[in-house]
Design a protein around this ligand. Structure first.
Ligand SMILES: [Zn+2]
Length: 363
């Protein structure tokens, strides 16, 4: 400081160029380069004890965007919990730009009970925006909205198929949003599905707040699936690198173009009985192809299940015991149908062979 600059008034602290300012969430402050686990108060449950929404904040040393990664909004869909567990040791707030809020078990009540729902039997993903004086689901949704979404410009919400079903890893996004489509494509999942937003869903309310959302659907409820977990880890890292928050994957090569779709249909059981599928998620099918067969418990009167359209299977039932009308196979009508199966196989091989996605490998 020179004499000419000296004054009696203490100067306000000047932000250091290239260094982030402290991050305030609820009544906590996280310093640049810091990492904190914060319990956001939600409600009071039957035990009489406080119930909280747990968030791990990684606040980078350098300024950048703020994003969130959430899992188990449906309490039994735990793929994202595994993704977050594997991501955390790979990230270092000291070298990172921007901020990530990780929420590994948003619906902690359903998570503990192995249930999609909350104890009040509501679906959290139909309860947004919620309210502080509403049901338990409404209070949880409201806390998520007020304390998490409001900080962020992008959210990555990770789901799996419902119980007894499997989903090929796929990103679902709002239709007709070109920048979001670009992010969805570089995430690196097997498919990108543009689908309408459901009222009361996290994606719906986030859009109202100006927050873009990538929804990853991958794997099966109540199970960990290595391909799905790797896809989630790789995707979050790809997005963070694209946003300049971390260095890109050192071995990143040409990214395979995922299957893209704007329309999908479920094929249902033509009769009750035992179902044997001959095709699985990731397979391309032509209209009229036999996908599987359902027969009675003595093997009687088998009925074929046939593909109603040309497309790729993006989800299938894994429980062979079916009632007539049960949803068995989810088929997406895809662009560039001709080589879709090869591209999807390439994505699988790339994920399973990438040693940087191994459990203990540091990037
Ligand atoms: Zn879900």
């Amino acid at each position: 400081m020179t004499d000419s600059q000296s004054t009696a008034e203490p100067a306000a602290p000047t932000p250091i160029p290239g260094k982030a300012t402290p991050f305030a969430i609820a009544d906590m402050v996280v310093e640049p380069g810091g990492c904190e686990t914060i319990a956001l108060p939600v409600s009071n449950t039957a035990t009489g004890l406080p119930a909280s929404l747990y968030v791990r904040v990684l606040h980078g040393q350098r300024p950048g965007p703020c994003i969130f990664v959430s899992a188990a909004i449906h309490g039994d869909e735990i793929t994202g919990t595994a993704v977050i567990q594997r991501l955390l040791p790979k990230l270092d707030a000291q070298t990172m730009a921007g901020t990530v809020l990780f929420l590994p078990a948003v619906n902690i009540f359903g998570f503990q009970a192995h249930s999609r729902y909350l104890p009040d039997r509501r679906d959290l993903n139909r309860s947004f925006p919620g309210s502080a004086k509403g049901s338990l689901a409404a209070q949880l949704a409201n806390t998520f909205l007020k304390e998490v979404i409001c900080h962020c410009s992008l959210g990555i919400d990770i789901h799996s198929a419902a119980v007894h079903r499997y989903n090929l890893p796929q990103i679902r996004i709002a239709p007709d949003n070109a920048p979001l489509r670009e992010l969805a494509m570089l995430f690196g999942a097997h498919a990108v599905i543009e689908s309408p937003l459901r009222p009361g869903s996290l994606r719906d309310i986030a859009r109202g707040e100006g927050v873009d959302m990538l929804l990853l659907e991958a794997g099966e409820a109540l199970r960990f699936d290595e391909l799905s977990v790797r896809c989630g880890v790789n995707g979050v890292l790809n997005v963070m690198a694209h946003l300049g928050m971390i260095q890109p994957h050192p071995e990143a090569t040409q990214v395979t173009i995922p299957a893209r779709s704007r329309r999908s249909i479920w094929v249902r059981a033509p009769r009750g009985g035992l179902c044997v599928l001959q095709q699985k998620s990731g397979d391309a099918v032509h209209k009229g192809d036999i996908i599987g067969r359902v027969a009675g418990i003595f093997g009687d009167d088998p009925e074929d299940i046939r593909a109603p359209i040309d497309g790729m299977i993006i989800g299938h039932a894994v429980l062979p015991v079916v009632n007539q009308g049960d949803a068995l196979v989810h088929i997406a009508e895809v662009m560039r149908f001709g080589d879709v199966e090869q591209r999807v196989d390439q994505i699988t091989d790339g994920l399973l062979n990438d040693r940087l996605l191994d459990e203990d490998e540091l990037i």
